[in-house]
Ligand binder design. Structure first.
Ligand code: HEC
Ligand code: HEC
Length: 311
């Protein structure tokens, strides 16, 4: 009986210390952000039925998307190389082939009408003060603008691939700003193998020049994300990407507008590169627990056996 009481006291204080160190201290140091599960409930719903064929005409025509973006899957190349684009806009506008599979459709509609608002960077871009976002807003092609925008979103959904790899998702949503050193990936994409040192150096200079433009645009160079998956909790990353302003008020990183599935792809890539042993580790877990269970049973039987004559 006495032993049980001692045990209860020990267990109580252990739990108290654990709670004080983990959930409590953690909660004090990091503000808890609930997140919106990628619902973007501040953005209006699309109320019109989109017509993909008309949307295609608008994207190539009055929408002017091709003035800055490529749609490679449809054979439409970028109007300029990444370096020139970064010199003009601060960053290379992403290819639009996959956006219908990656981004939330309400977000896409809001982005086309008002980029700074959808991207949540109105604190940086204020048309009244002459500070325009580099992506120009679509002001309509003469008809009902909500219908025209719904048509364009329908077009992007119609050309989007059914399956997208984790890396393609990262490349489209984050790759214009963030490098992944561990995957030899920079803001210019996968680093090619060079036979001659001087070609490798020339390429490196192009990367540095791109990064200079990006730094000027963002106020700082966005960090390399190779090990971010180990440095930050899954909850932090998810809520941060969903809306960077919740965790870093005033930051220049835009809300990228990923759908939940799109975010899961990006997270899978970050895990694949930054924490490749995670699946193995998780598979090992049940075995380790099983070992402890069997070991405890054996230890208990052994004790009983040793003490059998003393009782
Ligand atoms: C004048 C150039 C320009 C035009 C025209 C333009 N964009 Fe963009 N777009 C940009 C730039 C620059 C960015 C990157 C902005 C940033 O990352 O801060 C961008 C980003 C995007 C993104 C990625 C947003 C995200 O969430 O990460 C999408 C999607 C997009 N544009 C779609 C379109 C569509 C659709 C059109 C046509 C209706 C269009 N753009 C017209 C320059 C342009
Ligand atoms: C238009 C450029 C841009 C895009 C696109 C972008 N980021 Fe960022 N990101 C930044 C900048 C700038 C910072 C630095 C923020 C700061 O310190 O204010 C940053 C910071 C971060 C951080 C560090 C937060 C911290 O303090 O620990 C993470 C994580 C991150 N980004 C993830 C992503 C992911 C994932 C994507 C793609 C889904 C993405 N970013 C897309 C510009 C961008």
């Amino acid at each position: 009986m006495k032993e049980l009481k001692v045990l209860a006291v020990v267990v109580f204080f252990s739990l108290l210390v654990y709670w004080g160190v983990e959930p409590f201290a953690h909660g004090q140091m990091h503000k808890h952000v609930d997140g919106d599960k990628f619902a973007y409930s501040d953005l209006p719903e699309i109320t019109k039925e989109g017509d993909a064929a008309n949307g295609g005409n608008l994207v190539m025509g009055a929408g002017a998307c091709l003035g800055c973006h490529s749609i490679e899957s449809q054979g439409m190349p970028a109007p300029m190389d990444a370096g020139t684009a970064a010199a003009s806009y601060g960053v290379n506008p992403p290819d639009l082939s996959n956006i219908g599979a990656l981004y939330d459709e309400k977000f896409l509609a809001a982005l086309i009408k008002n980029p700074a608002h959808a991207l949540n960077v109105e604190h940086k871009f204020d048309p009244a003060a002459g500070k325009m976002h580099p992506m120009v807003a679509f002001y309509g092609a003469g008809g009902d603008i909500d219908q025209e925008v719904a048509d364009m979103v329908a077009y992007f959904k119609s050309i989007a691939p059914k399956e997208l790899s984790a890396k393609e998702a990262f490349d489209n949503a984050c790759g214009r700003c963030h490098a992944m050193r561990y995957d030899k990936y920079t803001q210019l994409g996968d680093t090619p193998e060079f036979k001659y040192e001087k070609d490798a150096l020339a390429y490196q200079i192009k990367v540095l020049e791109y990064q200079d433009h990006l730094k000027a645009y963002m106020g700082k160079l966005p960090p390399d994300l190779s090990i971010i998956i180990r440095a930050r909790s899954a909850h932090f990353l998810e809520t941060f990407v969903e809306n960077p302003q919740t965790q870093l008020p005033g930051t220049s990183m835009p809300r990228v507008g990923l759908s939940k599935e799109g975010y899961e792809k990006v997270e899978a890539y970050l895990t694949e590169i930054g924490d490749p042993s995670k699946p193995k580790r998780e598979a090992l877990g049940p075995w380790v627990l099983g070992f402890f269970v069997i070991f405890s049973i054996l230890a208990f039987l052994w004790k009983k056996y040793q003490w059998r004559d003393l009782h």
